[in-house]
Ligand binder design. Structure first.
Ligand SMILES: Nc1ncnc2c1ncn2[C@@H]1O[C@H](COP(=O)(O)OP(=O)(O)O)[C@@H](O)[C@H]1O
Ligand SMILES: O=C(O)C1=C[C@@H](OP(=O)(O)O)[C@@H](O)[C@H](O)C1
Ligand SMILES: [Mg+2]
Length: 170
């Protein structure tokens, strides 16, 4: 593994935050959840930011903060909407190996609770299926590696990500 950070991307509920902590532990890395970084830097909760600034305003803030991450030997769990921000993704690709945690739509749907409660950056009238279909291509576009997490437990997904990042030279 040439790059010294691992960035996790994927749909909300795919397991970026939970798997990320376990992955950091087994890799001997630090862990950074960029959602928490946004909350620390703005002093607001994510859903408050979306309420105050709207979807576009939130994406701008998310993009800027992700584009400014400095990390070493760190697993970075991003928020699902970071792939809308080209600058942020270019930066994350420069500093890390980007891993897409893929989950089929049906499995994701049963896993996710209320979308409002999670503060997902939906356009007006957009459903989870619309979001899934429109984002899948973006996750694939930026991913160096894709891990299919269907029917896998948290530990198994973390181990698979570590195995694949170690065997792939970037
Ligand atoms: N591989 C998995 N198997 C079962 N449940 C999982 C798995 N990965 C994550 N979860 C659960 O799914 C929910 C969403 O996980 P989370 O890490 O918050 O996703 P994300 O950060 O991608 O939005 C949590 O309740 C978490 O415990
Ligand atoms: O996909 C999204 O639109 C979002 C996902 C959230 O993070 P998770 O992917 O960790 O749930 C968070 O960044 C924000 O509320 C928007
Ligand atoms: Mg998360």
């Amino acid at each position: 593994m040439k790059k010294e950070n691992i960035t996790l991307v994927g749909m909300p509920g795919a397991g970026k935050s939970t798997v990320g902590v376990v992955l950091a532990k087994i890799a001997g890395y630090h862990f950074l959840d960029s959602d928490l970084l946004i909350q620390q830097k703005t002093g607001k909760l994510l859903h408050e930011l979306i309420e105050i600034h709207g979807r576009e305003g939130f994406l701008e803030i998310e993009g800027e903060i992700n584009a400014s991450i400095e990390a070493k030997r760190t697993v970075i769990a991003t928020g699902g909407s970071v792939v809308y921000e080209e600058n942020a993704m270019q930066h994350l690709k420069e500093i890390s190996t980007v891993v897409y945690i893929y989950l089929p739509y049906e499995e994701l749907k049963t896993r996710l609770g209320s979308l409002e409660q999670r503060g997902v950056a939906l356009k007006s009238g957009e459903t989870l299926k619309d979001l899934y279909d429109s984002r899948s291509g973006l996750y694939k576009k930026y991913a160096d590696i894709t891990v299919d997490a269907s029917h896998m437990g948290i530990q198994a997904v973390a181990e698979e990500i570590l195995r694949k990042t170690r065997e792939t030279a970037f």
